[in-house]
Design a protein around this ligand. Structure first.
Ligand code: ASP
Ligand code: MG
Length: 418
């Protein structure tokens, strides 16, 4: 017998009709001879609603922040509901099933409420239950501290719950069912010729997840890579046995991918703001001061370029931060203007980051040339460039996002033929 973990996201359990379909998919895997543990998210939109309630509670008591542990108690409740409803539905269909909350397993985490990390999952009881033929329905997203307080794993965290459970149970695979039928070469809403990838490497998936493709939580991919958990992304909108129900995208080691490509995907993110600091004194320690003030305030800086002015002894620094951090970053920078002694700082939120990703870049030259050429041909101006071993990102004016994504998709031969 082999253990299998199946995970269903919010849109897959959004109402009773969908929960019934999820139950049929689970029953089909059980019938195929697997011991099954299912991880569920809250119904679509529920977590946002719960977060809004905690905001309201904080506002209702001026000066009193809602404490983080109580925030977790409230927002973790959405998953309790879907776990119970799915277990009931499975029982109604004649299966043996029971729900498991994070603390009941337990999924032990640190005490960083709202973004807790899993330390350990002593899965003996859970393993024994599934081996005994009972379907385990697990509330995703939630854990418990060693001191017994409820935690949550950050938004989108039930992907991470599922991968962690799969590792703890030594499952053959972790199937992540969602509202798309796999990982695509780019966003199909922008480029209709986008193709579903049969396989993608952990590293590429990690870049895709952190660069804007919203299929999997970044942390879940890190964990899958570290623990060697085979992950499959597939659609929950097909009935068991129906065409397309058993395909999806496998996320695995690079060595397990036969079809070699240089570029596997094109991603974009509009959640960017560009900050330019003009007339910085060109001497050691200046960048350190600038970026320390941002780092100390937990503002995450992404792309960075510095250029020296030709006519004076000063330099300009351009970098990007997430849109929601733009105002805060500008305040922090202005606060050190006198100390650092720069002339001016400007912010531009009308930008987007477009990236091409592929492990093939490690062994092929000319990838950047193709990218810059394709953008130049469309008259798209590049403002900032950043690279890693397996990706190249450019910052461009936001209005050109779609054009750039389509141009790059074609330039790397990713377009679906026929
Ligand atoms: N329900 C949680 C959220 O919306 C966790 C998840 O869906 O993965 O963030
Ligand atoms: Mg999700």
């Amino acid at each position: 017998m082999t253990r299998l973990v199946m995970k269903f996201g919010g849109t897959s359990v959004a109402d009773m009709e969908r929960i019934a379909r999820v139950a049929r998919l689970v029953a089909a895997e059980k019938a195929a001879g697997h011991e099954v543990a299912v991880v569920v998210s809250a119904m679509a939109g529920r977590t946002n609603e719960l977060v809004a309630w905690t905001d309201a509670a904080g506002r209702a008591a001026p000066g009193l922040e809602p404490s983080d542990d109580e925030y977790d108690l409230v927002v973790a409740s959405g998953e309790q509901v879907t776990a119970g409803l799915l277990a009931m539905t499975l029982r109604h269909m004649g299966h043996r099933a029971r729900s498991w909350l994070g603390w009941q397993i337990p999924i032990l985490t640190d005490d960083a409420h709202g973004r807790a990390r899993i330390d350990d999952i002593p899965a003996e009881a859970l393993g024994a239950a599934v081996d005994g033929g009972e379907i385990a329905v697990i509330a995703g997203f939630q854990g418990v501290t060693h001191g017994g307080r409820i935690t949550t794993l950050g938004r989108g965290g039930s992907d991470t719950s599922a991968v962690a459970i799969a590792a703890a149970l030594q499952a053959i695979r972790c199937d992540i069912y969602t509202d798309v039928d796999g990982v695509y070469t780019t966003d199909p809403r922008i480029e209709q010729r986008a193709r579903r990838l049969a396989r993608i490497s952990y590293e590429e998936m990690l870049e895709m997840a952190s660069l804007g493709a919203k299929v999997l939580q970044t942390r879940s991919v890190e964990l899958a890579m570290a623990k060697g958990v085979a992950v499959r992304v597939l659609s929950s909108f097909t009935e068991p046995g129906e065409a397309g129900s058993d395909t999806g995208t496998i996320v695995c080691d690079e060595e397990e991918i036969v079809e070699k490509r240089i570029v596997s995907g094109v991603t974009y993110s509009r959640d960017e703001a560009k900050i330019t600091v003009l007339g910085l004194p060109d001497r050691p320690g200046v960048s350190s001061k600038l970026f320390s003030s941002l780092a100390d305030a937990n503002v995450n800086v992404d792309m960075i370029v510095q250029s020296r002015a030709r006519t004076s002894d000063t330099a300009n620094m351009t970098f990007t931060v997430g849109k929601r951090d733009a105002v805060r970053a500008m305040e922090l920078i202005r606060a050190i203007q006198a100390d650092v002694g720069f002339e001016d700082a400007q912010v531009d939120e009308d930008v987007a980051k477009v990236s091409v990703i592929g492990v093939g870049m490690r062994s092929h030259t000319g990838v950047a040339k193709t990218m810059f050429g394709a953008l130049a041909d469309r008259g798209v101006n590049i403002q900032v460039i950043s690279t890693s071993e397996i990706k190249i990102s450019v910052l461009i004016e936001s209005a050109y996002t779609e054009l750039a994504v389509r141009a790059l998709h074609a330039a790397y031969g990713l377009d679906q033929v026929g």
